[in-house]
Write a protein that binds this ligand. Sequence first.
Ligand SMILES: C[S@@+](CC[C@H](N)C(=O)[O-])C[C@H]1O[C@@H](n2cnc3c(N)ncnc32)[C@H](O)[C@@H]1O
Length: 450
Amino acid sequence: MQSQAPNLVSISADLEAAGVRVLVLRGGIGSRDGTSASSALGHSAGADPTMQLLIPKAHLEAALRVIEPLSWRYSWVHTGLLRLLPMRYYWWDGGPELELYWSVPASPLPPAALRALTCSLWQGAEQMPDGFVRPDPAALLVHLAVQSSRPGRAHEDDWARFLESRTSIDDWARVDDIARTARVSRAVGRARVAAGAGRERPGPGPVYDGAWDIVWRLAMAVQARARPRRLKRLLAGTPWFGDAVIRCRVGELEVLAGPGVFVPSPDADLFVDVASKRVEALERPTIVEVGTGCGAIALALAAARPDAEIQATELSHSAVRWARRNARRLALQRVRFNAGSLLDPLPLGLRGQVDVIIANLPYFPARDYAAIGSVPRGTIQGAGEDGLGLIRQLARDALQYLRPGGGLLLQMFTWQWEVFSAELTQLGYRPGIPRLSGAFAICPADLAAA
Ligand SMILES: C[S@@+](CC[C@H](N)C(=O)[O-])C[C@H]1O[C@@H](n2cnc3c(N)ncnc32)[C@H](O)[C@@H]1O
């Protein structure tokens, strides 16, 4: 299933039609009726794949009734530490992102300041010629000044928007008023000085006009040095895969992946498709998935083939717990999730019985992992210089478990397959034609039938 990206600009209209009050904090380039693009205040012109909407908390349920049925691929909720991220996040294949907020994400400010900032965005909000309700420019500027004082890459965008927005402010007294009420004059003052001096960002310094500022400064100092990275990102208020429980759609199923567990990529759909075709003609096929993560592929296959026996293995105990949890939620408990390495934890009775062994094991060479660095290392960085160490071991071990005519389906880089397919031939497999997905491939290799 390829999730169809919705027209993000129409979402706010759909929400309003459902009785939800919506304030567009970012995005919505182009007018709702699809006429000419308008460069409304607060975002740069050009395609913006991110839309940030602020809604009243009381309207959250109604908003979810509109958004949940849309064909998003990933979603997560984070209310986080100190109400750091009062948000829900949605992502569609192809990149559009929707961030739904019900309070300004600006912890660690005191609740009264957060309330005042949120109210200021609503007060003076107006429907713009492009059809969207946008905040009073002065309130948006204060919001962006606070956001820009937070470290983290996400807030570089806020700084760019601050610089752009300030040129259209004609009532600076109003900006000062709003900042005073929310007690964040120091943040606005520092942002204005930094902008005047042509600096890259306001940099660390006072934000809140009271003793609470020490809390903000402490949190930002910890953030700058924090380990692990997850805590660092939480403090920066930057949501990221791996910080929350991610809801992910694979095939017709929705699975959950907790922190530290690999979140199935959109290629999981392709894997399910290739594997389903591989066992199409077989009655009661026996399928093994190695390195199942949160169990998405094994469970999607179980849903598609109620007659199949499906066993899965996984090294990470935490991933196994999420896989079993997903199986219970989806009432697909006949899939067996076994903790352990490669094929070691499989019942011995499966030897010579398996029709297909599928594996999206870690295969990134260390240098390629370093370029990404945000996904837990043990889930994608392979062993050995070429990253294929685990897959090599699996191909050898699988010879004991596959029945004649059975085969492997392995995910790897296309360049790895060019080399590895020759090794498989030497082991007695017959490599087939891989299904390509960008730089990756799902590669078949079968044993000769008896
Ligand atoms: C790239 S993830 C794929 C997860 C899942 N198959 C998917 O496609 O969504 C690789 C998974 O292999 C697991 N893994 C790593 N080494 C393993 C091993 N020796 N035996 C079994 N699983 C392993 C990791 O913990 C991780 O969950």
